[in-house]
Design a protein around this ligand. Structure first.
Ligand SMILES: Nc1ncnc2c1ncn2[C@@H]1O[C@H](COP(=O)(O)OP(=O)(O)OP(=O)(O)O)[C@@H](O)[C@H]1O
Length: 289
């Protein structure tokens, strides 16, 4: 069952482009990564889905509900972490969490204190005394504490130290295993590769690839690293060539026998052929054009 459906969504801020053409689907139970560099349109897409800004054209639904007409109903069913967490500075952490609980009209104080413990967040501290990372944790607890069936998290790990990032993803994995659908935006490819089952790549306001993380990483191309010298000028199918004084590395989806032919004419000390990781594929998508 599709929990998020996005059809040709476009958002212009006046004359300035936010997103041009965004379409993708998220199935119930997915751990879905939304990847793109700064300014690609991740936050604009997410804010439009949440009804915080209106689309210029196109449509989208969450749980079958229209993001414009039924935005209030949608908000009750999801947990959202914005990329920049805004909180009342004079409140204590526990007061900010209570305020968020009250908006959802649920008492989830047990879940809140459990999350605070796991994220090492002191509920008695004042927001204004918290570091950037600890404020982010308050936002995370606000998004997760009421156990929503859909979590939309906009760059959740920025500001968290590596130990906290690990714990945070542990929590998300546990929730996902219990059925929570997660849409997570990030420009950190390794965290998408480690944790998500599907991903969409956005570039300049358009979705340029959307598939399982496995398929995205498995683009038929091999990642070739060569220690030594050889000429590949006559070879078709080379992408992302990086040269240094020791040798070179590139993505190759051409005829392997032609590659071996070039290598046999060169002076090669070592060669590694491996599956490219998501980062290589991502660079390939971004360098194309
Ligand atoms: N309020 C706004 N007014 C005008 N332009 C905006 C506004 N918000 C975003 N944009 C523009 O929309 C485009 C997409 O920005 P957006 O913040 O959605 O990207 P992003 O992928 O979330 O980037 P980041 O990773 O840096 O957060 C950018 O060109 C940005 O300058």
């Amino acid at each position: 069952m599709k929990i998020i459906q996005v059809n040709h969504l476009k958002k212009y801020y006046g004359k300035s482009k936010g997103i041009e053409d965004v379409s993708f689907e998220v199935e119930k139970g997915d751990f879905f990564g939304f990847i793109g560099p700064n300014g690609a349109g991740k936050s604009t897409t997410i804010r439009t889905l949440l009804g915080l800004i209106y689309p210029t054209s196109g449509s989208a639904s969450i749980n079958g509900m229209d993001i414009v007409k039924e935005k209030e109903q949608i908000k009750k069913q999801i947990g959202y972490l914005p990329s920049e967490v805004m909180l009342y500075p004079s409140m204590k952490v526990k007061e900010a969490l209570k305020l968020s609980m009250d908006l959802y009209k649920v008492d989830c104080s047990k879940q809140a204190s459990l999350l605070c413990q796991r994220l090492n967040l002191d509920p008695n501290k004042k927001i204004e005394d918290l570091s950037f990372g600890n404020r982010k944790k308050v936002g995370i607890v606000c998004a997760l504490q009421h156990n929503p069936e859909l979590l939309i998290l906009d760059e959740p790990t920025s500001g968290l130290d590596p130990l906290m990032q690990k714990e945070f993803f542990e929590i998300l994995k546990e929730k996902n295993e219990k059925g929570t659908t997660i849409l997570l935006s990030s420009h950190i490819l390794s965290e998408i590769q480690r944790n998500c089952n599907k991903a969409a790549i956005i570039r300049d306001g358009k979705i340029i690839a959307c598939d399982t993380v496995e398929n995205l990483s498995n683009s038929n191309a091999k990642y070739i690293q060569i220690h030594g010298n050889a000429s590949f000028d006559t070879l078709n199918g080379i992408k992302n060539m990086v040269k240094d004084k020791e040798g070179c590395s590139f993505l190759y989806n051409g005829d392997i026998s032609l590659l071996l032919n070039c290598l046999s004419k060169g002076n090669i000390k070592d060669i590694t052929i491996s599956e490219p990781d998501l980062e290589e594929v991502f660079m390939h998508y971004y360098k194309e054009n």
